[in-house]
Design a protein around this ligand. Structure first.
Ligand code: PLP
Length: 380
């Protein structure tokens, strides 16, 4: 099956008890047993639930993996992956990592002896040099947030393999419609399903997808033993959202290209960060490893004044000022004061994350209305 069929059919079958075409919401915590230990494969709903099973089977198929595990949030999914490591292990990661992932490594895992090191992974020689005998996991995301940097997944996975280090790719920004890290050599893929997979800004959820049976057994153990599982209602909403993943992401990519080109020639705009531009440093890699360039755009303003950026964000009416991304509705945000407020200004600027930087998550509205909204917001 191709992805446009998998989103609808993978793991989804008419319910055996009633023929219900849509996967029922199995709103139960436990299951009747015929005799102690004799049941139909489901004993207690932390361990497994048929609605969740359908979703996990679907997600595994979308990422070309054998196994998938769902969690209560993207951050809970990451936590489960890090729990595969032992104290003394080091995670090698990128210097423009999602803020919540950085915080989890530094403020939670470092207290338990798993440390993080954060480097520029566009420099492949630096990636190889930075691996030491304690490095157990490379954790990365591409495209990055909010600078839309592109990392070479195939090259980084090849280096990791040589040194026997696991690679986990946070594939949230691309979604499985645009990029499949397992096909490029990654051991694990993590998603904040909250974003493109759910797609309607109404569920918080995470997932991990992988091929290796041994690691899958460990993750299944962690999922059950730690218990950060999503409920059946959320699994149902996620299954419903995923059915249109290909349509939604394709439309947001189309809209994003038109909006990026509009911004690029706008007199008030300084620079547009969009991996679909040929002069973007990651363009060739993005073209190779992604099916399209995604629905995220960042740009900053001439003069780089924070108050100018704030004025733009207060004048849009279709673009809602909010955190998050990947929904059908377009969002606008100010990384310097919202998602990256905790980063020291010097570090922020060294990443290119200027005071006037604005991040757009392009939705699936009619692009002409989105452009009209931006024209108005950027006018005096
Ligand atoms: C939102 C996000 C996360 C965190 O996911 P939650 O579902 O909010 O816990 C992790 N990585 C990236 C890239 C994200 O955008």
């Amino acid at each position: 099956m191709r992805i446009g069929t998998k989103v609808i059919h993978a793991g989804v079958h008419p319910d055996p008890t009633t023929g219900s075409v849509m996967t029922p919401i199995y709103q139960t915590s436990t299951y009747a047993q015929d005799a102690p230990g004799v049941h139909k494969g489901y004993a207690y709903a932390r361990s497994s639930n048929p609605t969740r099973t359908a979703l996990e089977t679907n997600l595994a198929a979308l990422e070309n993996g054998k196994h998938a595990f769902c969690f209560a949030s993207g951050m809970a999914a990451m936590d489960a992956v890090v729990r595969l490591l032992n104290p003394g292990a080091e995670i090698l990661s990128t210097n423009d990592l999602y803020g919540g992932s950085y915080r989890q490594i530094k403020k939670v895992h470092e207290r338990f002896g798993v440390t993080g090191r954060f480097i520029d992974m566009t420099d492949l020689a630096l990636v190889e040099q930075s691996i030491n005998q304690n490095t157990r996991l490379i954790w990365l995301e591409t495209p990055t947030n909010p600078m839309l940097g592109i990392l070479d997944l195939e090259a980084i996975c090849a280096i990791a393999k040589k040194h026997d280090v696991l690679v986990c790719v946070d594939n949230t920004f691309a979604s499985p419609y645009l990029q499949n890290p397992i096909d490029l050599g990654a051991d694990l893929v993590m998603h904040s399903c909250t974003k493109y997979l759910g797609g309607h800004s109404d569920v918080v959820m995470g997932a991990v997808i992988l091929n290796d049976n041994g690691l899958a057994e460990q993750l299944a153990f962690i999922q059950n033993a730690v218990g950060a599982i999503p409920g059946p209602q959320d699994c149902f909403l996620m299954l419903r959202g995923i059915k249109t993943l290909h349509l939604r992401v394709q439309r947001s990519c189309e809209n994003a290209r038109i909006i990026a080109e509009f911004l690029k020639v706008h007199e008030k705009v300084n620079h547009v960060y969009y991996p679909g531009f040929e002069d973007h440093p990651g363009y060739e890699i993005a073209k190779r490893q992604m099916h399209d360039f995604g629905g995220m755009i960042s740009f900053d303003l001439n003069g780089d004044k924070q108050e100018d950026a704030v004025a733009v964000m207060q004048k849009t009416t279709l673009f809602t000022l909010a955190e998050s991304l990947g929904g059908v509705e377009s969002l606008i945000g100010h990384p310097a004061t919202m998602t990256h407020a905790s980063l020291p200004k010097k570090d922020r600027l060294s990443l290119g994350l200027t005071d006037s930087l604005i991040r757009l998550s392009i939705g699936v509205e009619d692009v002409r209305d989105l452009i009209d909204d931006l024209v108005k917001a950027l006018s005096d």
